[in-house]
Design a protein around this ligand. Sequence first.
Ligand SMILES: [Zn+2]
Length: 139
Amino acid sequence: MTTTPGNTEAIDADPFVAAFPENREFWLAAGEGRLLIRTCDDCKRAHWYPRAVCPLCGSDRLSWSPASGRGKLYAFSTARRTEPQTTLAYVTLDEGPTMMSNIVDAVPETLRIGQTVVVRFLPSAEGRMMPFFAPLADG
Ligand SMILES: [Zn+2]
């Protein structure tokens, strides 16, 4: 894995990352626009959120693996009284796990269950790059 020194320094200075060092690799990749998911070396299945033990088979032999960054909109809810409006969603990744995130760059009224969405990394309030999802242009 290649990382730039700037990314590494910012990640290591982040108290949230420091509190959960087992997820440092995830945040380093996120800073580079890559989505990683925790995958079990024994049952070969991916899960979300990252855990120390596979929730599907109980193994503690886990690795980070690259995700496609594509998924399907499983459920969503738009908070219309916030400014800007925000859409909380569950996205089922192509690799199987369903993750909670927010939908960005979309008109909420045009969203539909099952449509294809793609990951888009945007900075959180703390500056950490976070995975959000946006509709696939032709999805
Ligand atoms: Zn497993």
